[in-house]
Design a binder for this molecule. Structure first.
Ligand code: H2U
Ligand code: ZN
Length: 349
């Protein structure tokens, strides 16, 4: 089956990075929808006196934020992982457990409450890219895994509209990361080449799933995407993690991210929700490096409009992931949505 005749045919695609099948049912986004409709994000002011993340404001634990001007990084006041002596010991057998340590940080992208990756502009985005790189290198000296990520929008469980992401570290490899490491290792053993470098070459040649074709980066809706408008951000050269990225690549990444997140916002003319994050090695541990290539995953839930999202429930929870439009259609729609942010012409702030 070629890519072109998949629009009408139900089929499965294999996710080489996670080692899982994805069911593709292209016709299914035409089914009637009388279910939940997402509420649009409200218009935001540049500063919100009640926001825990705005400059000069008090956080939930009473600490006061500095009057910061660029990015601002602090230790999460409600961390999911703790850096102290473990309070539990390992247990073997049926009910297996192990202690885990880590540190959680919060990264505010901008002092402006109404900003977002889509609207930061290149200098603002460059500061965010530099912060991801700096934090990863600093934290990577101590921790086995450093996870930079962002949940954007109330529908993704984001707790505050202030533009921010999070950084969690762990002294173990998280489950999904371990799986991707095994897949990349296996591919290297079998083919003698890096999986994601081969994906870059194949996607660039096919072109149908490419969203942004930059000199240093390629953004695609991956062949095996689960979420309707899911994208994968890939460096064009071997690059195990953010620490390996050069200045020119960091600058082009800032441009690429602005381009991508504007396209998302433009697609349904809304503050497009998503979970986004980097999978990159924090340091040069030899055993982890084999075949590993840095990549960014963007998982946005919206399907048909600003109000109608894809739910990963039922069959997806019990059997396997299923998508409703083809990755090729999604990529074409994202390509068409690229350009200036839809609010730049109507925004008078
Ligand atoms: P999310 O919006 O993705 O939940 O991230 C916000 C994080 O900021 C969240 O983990 C932290 C929360 O614990 N936070 C603080 O550390 N201090 C605060 O005063 C508010 C929120
Ligand atoms: Zn704020």
């Amino acid at each position: 089956m070629t890519v072109d005749d998949t629009e009408s045919g139900v089929h499965r695609r294999f996710d080489l990075l996670q080692g899982e099948w994805v069911l593709v049912s292209p016709h299914r986004d035409r089914r009637p929808w009388q279910g939940q409709v997402e509420v649009p994000e409200p218009l935001l002011s540049t500063h919100d006196p009640d926001c825990h993340l705005c400059p000069g404001n008090r956080r939930a634990n009473g600490a006061r934020n500095p009057d910061y001007a660029g990015v601002f990084v602090f230790d999460n006041d409600f961390p999911a992982l703790l850096d102290g002596a473990p309070e539990v010991s390992a247990a073997a057998g049926m009910f297996r457990s192990e202690p885990v340590r880590g540190r959680c940080r919060v990264l505010c992208y901008s002092p402006r409450h109404d900003q977002s990756l889509a609207r930061l502009g290149e200098s603002g985005l460059s500061a965010v890219v530099a912060a991801w790189q700096r934090e990863t290198i600093d934290l990577g000296a101590r921790w086995r895994w450093v996870q930079c990520f962002e949940n954007r929008g109330a529908s993704m469980g984001c707790s505050s509209p202030h533009p921010h992401g999070q950084i969690w570290t762990m002294d173990a490899l998280p489950t999904l990361v371990r799986r991707e490491r095994e897949q990349q290792r296996q591919y290297l053993d079998e083919w003698g080449r890096g999986l994601l470098l081969d994906v870059v070459a194949a996607e660039a040649e096919a072109g149908t799933r490419v969203v942004i074709d930059d000199r240093d980066w390629l953004v695609v809706v991956p062949y095996w995407a689960r979420w309707p408008f899911e994208t994968l951000i890939l460096p064009r050269r071997p690059m195990p993690g953010l620490a390996w990225m050069g200045d020119a690549e960091a600058a082009s990444l800032a441009g690429v991210l602005g381009d991508l997140f504007r396209a998302y916002d433009n697609l349904f003319r809304c503050a497009f929700p998503y979970s986004f994050g980097w999978h990159g090695l924090p340091g040069a541990r030899q055993s982890d490096v084999a075949g590993w290539q840095l990549h960014g995953h963007c998982y946005p839930p919206l399907l048909r409009s600003a109000g109608i999202r894809k739910f990963m429930v039922g069959f997806e929870m019990l059997a396997e992931a299923q998508r409703d439009i083809t990755p090729e259609t999604a990529a074409a729609r994202l390509r068409a949505a690229r350009g200036p942010h839809w609010q730049t012409t109507t925004d008078t702030r």
